[in-house]
Design a protein around this ligand. Structure first.
Ligand SMILES: C[S@@+](CC[C@H](N)C(=O)[O-])C[C@H]1O[C@@H](n2cnc3c(N)ncnc32)[C@H](O)[C@@H]1O
Length: 181
C-alpha cells in the first residue's frame, strides 16, 4: 500500500496532530496502529493520550514506543465504530489512515463526535482515491472522495469546507460546537 508519510504535507499534519495533544484533556487516537506518530508528537502534550486499534499486533508495537516516553498513555483494543467511552470524554480525537479500513466511516465520525467534549478538536486524515491505486480492491473501494467526506461531515452539521484536500489526502479539522450534545 502507498502511504506517503514523507511527503511535503506531513510536517503540517504532524504539527496539527501535536497541537491536538496540547489541550487540557485526553486525546483519543483512532486506528493508532503501531503508534509511529509517537513519541515525538507528545513532547509538549500536557494531559493524556489514548490509542485505540482493532488489531492487537500494532498495539503491542505501540506499547513499546509508549514505554519510551514519560507521558500518560493508554492503549485499547477496540472498534472505532463502537467506542467504549462516555460522551464528551476527550478534548481531542485524532485519526490518520483509518477511514479507508472501515465499512461505515460516517459511524466512526459520529462516534468521534459523541466522545468529544464540547469545544473539542476533531482531526482526521486519509488518502484520496487516486493515491491508493495499488491497494487491494477491498480497501480501494472504501476510499472516500473529497465530496463523499464533505457529505459525511455536512450530515453531522459541519460546513463542507471543514474537509479540504491537502496534497494526496483529505483532512478534516473541526471543533465540536459547545451546544452539541
Ligand atoms: C493505515 S493504518 C494507520 C495507523 C496509524 N494511524 C498511522 O498513521 O500510522 C490503519 C489502522 O486502522 C486500524 N483499524 C482498521 N479498522 C479499525 C476499526 N474498525 N477500529 C479501530 N482500528 C481499526 C488498523 O488495524 C490499522 O492499524
Amino acid at each position: 500500500m502507498i502511504w506517503p508519510m514523507n511527503d511535503a504535507e506531513c510536517p503540517a499534519f504532524l504539527e496539527l496532530y501535536r497541537q491536538a495533544m496540547c489541550g487540557s484533556g485526553w486525546t483519543l487516537d483512532l486506528g493508532v496502529g503501531d503508534g509511529r506518530l509517537l513519541p515525538g508528537q507528545l513532547l509538549d502534550a500536557r494531559a493524556g493520550w489514548l490509542g485505540l486499534d482493532l488489531r492487537r499486533r500494532g498495539l503491542q508495537r505501540a506499547d513499546k514506543r509508549a514505554r519510551q516516553v514519560d507521558f500518560r498513555i493508554a492503549l485499547h483494543q477496540g472498534d472505532a465504530q463502537a467506542l467504549p467511552y462516555r460522551d464528551g470524554a476527550f478534548s481531542a480525537v485524532v485519526s490518520n489512515g483509518l477511514l479507508h479500513h472501515v465499512a461505515a466511516p460516517h459511524i466512526v465520525l459520529a462516534e468521534a463526535l459523541r466522545v468529544l467534549a464540547p469545544g473539542g478538536l476533531a482531526l482526521f486524515r486519509d488518502l484520496l482515491p487516486a493515491e491508493l491505486h495499488q491497494a487491494p480492491p477491498a480497501l480501494a473501494k472504501r476510499l472516500q472522495t473529497l465530496n463523499a467526506m464533505q457529505k459525511h461531515v455536512a450530515a453531522l452539521g459541519f460546513e463542507r469546507e471543514t474537509i479540504r484536500q491537502a496534497g494526496p489526502h483529505w483532512v478534516w479539522i473541526a471543533r465540536k460546537p459547545s451546544s452539541r450534545s
